[in-house]
Design a binder for this molecule. Structure first.
Ligand code: NAD
Ligand code: AOT
Length: 312
């Protein structure tokens, strides 16, 4: 299968590498010139479960995508605030039958994707894989993960299941979900609890879990997400979702991961996705007349931290 990864940072590189090793023809597309240059000259370097690997993966700047380029599938892996610009830049790659899969964190990306891709070709989901970008052309990958995805287009369930099987052939452990909006809210609860709190407290998830107030903060934030989701007819199983979030504290599995928001703001002084996670809940809360004080405050804290670090 010919697969383009649109946004080849930490996660895009992981997926590109695993799909390449699974014998797919992969094209990386990215907008960060230094990163693209490094991979063009030296290949993609990865510390992959403790082993140093280098793979020669084709990569182009998004401005270099050509009309003649043709792929079966585009996997979107930009940061949320880069998504619309990426879709604009790669419009010529999106043909009548090109399937597009979005696995970004956050809520509501389909509203943007629908402007560029016919509904019947859109698949949305979320992933429990992680990745870290160490520098241009260099990623660190450890642990296991999974993917849940579903078709947005009516009658495309079989295609969605086939897509999940195809990704699983490369070890990505993908599953079809018949209720992807529930799954997306459930994963957004993980990010709504782990990402902002680890960023503000300057800790990884295991260290967050060892604080005396972690449980109360997780419980309160999940309850705010659940109240908002309920207005959209998504009834989160609150105790299960809290347990799912708190499973991230385990240092033997994923607890040593610093969430991508931490990597963005604290490590690399880049803007965060807070407006698409806790900020999205705050906005929806205002619209639905639901109080979301922890999400409001966490969003303000993260923006204040962006300001104090002079991040633009
Ligand atoms: P990323 O920031 O590593 O990559 C996104 C884009 O930003 C890429 O185009 C990348 O080249 C560019 N970029 C990265 N560092 C840069 C720098 N210093 N200067 C200029 N450009 C830079 O993003 P990611 O972590 O791969 O996340 C992609 C999506 O996946 C997000 O929605 C994220 O929330 C989600 N996600 C991330 C993880 C994770 O562990 N990283 C896990 C699950 C989901
Ligand atoms: C994560 N991390 O989603 C992934 O870093 O943004 C992120 C992210 C899977 C399980 C727990 C956290």
């Amino acid at each position: 299968m010919k697969i383009a990864i649109a946004g080849a940072g930490a996660m895009g590189s992981r997926f590109g590498l695993m799909l390449h090793q699974g014998r797919n023809e992969v094209l990386l597309i990215d907008g960060w010139a230094d990163h693209v240059q490094q991979i063009k000259e030296h290949g993609l370097k990865a510390n992959f479960n403790g082993e140093e690997v280098v793979e020669q993966l084709p990569i182009v700047l998004q401005s270099e995508v050509e009309k003649e380029d043709q792929v079966d599938l585009i996997i979107l892996f930009t940061k949320a605030m880069q998504l619309e610009k990426m879709l604009q830049d790669i419009q010529s790659l999106i043909k009548k039958d090109t399937e597009v899969l979005c696995l970004l964190n956050g809520i509501g990306h389909e509203d943007i994707i629908e402007k560029f891709v016919p509904m019947e070709n859109i698949y949305i989901g979320n992933t429990m894989w992680t990745a870290g970008l160490e520098g241009p052309g260099q990623v660190k990958l450890f642990g296991n993960g999974s993917i849940e995805l579903q078709n947005l287009g009516a009658g495309k369930e079989v295609a969605a299941k086939k897509l999940a099987d195809k990704l699983s052939e490369s070890g990505l452990n993908a599953h079809f979900s018949d209720n992807i909006h529930y799954s997306i809210y459930r994963k957004a609860c993980v990010n709504g609890t782990m990402n902002g709190l680890c960023t503000i407290l300057d800790v990884n998830m295991a260290e967050l879990g060892r604080t005396s107030t972690a449980h109360k903060m997780v419980e309160t934030i999940v309850n705010e997400f659940a109240k908002v989701a309920a207005v959209e007819n998504i009834e989160l199983d609150i105790p299960e979702v809290i347990a799912h979030c708190e499973s991230c504290f385990d240092p033997e599995t994923i607890g040593l991961h610093y969430p991508s928001m931490y990597q963005d703001l604290i490590k690399n002084h880049r803007l965060t996705e807070i407006d698409y996670i806790n900020g999205a809940i705050s906005r929806k809360g205002k619209k639905y007349d639901i109080a979301t004080p922890y999400c409001d405050f966490l969003t303000e804290l993260v923006h204040a931290k962006e300001d104090s670090l002079n991040v633009k």
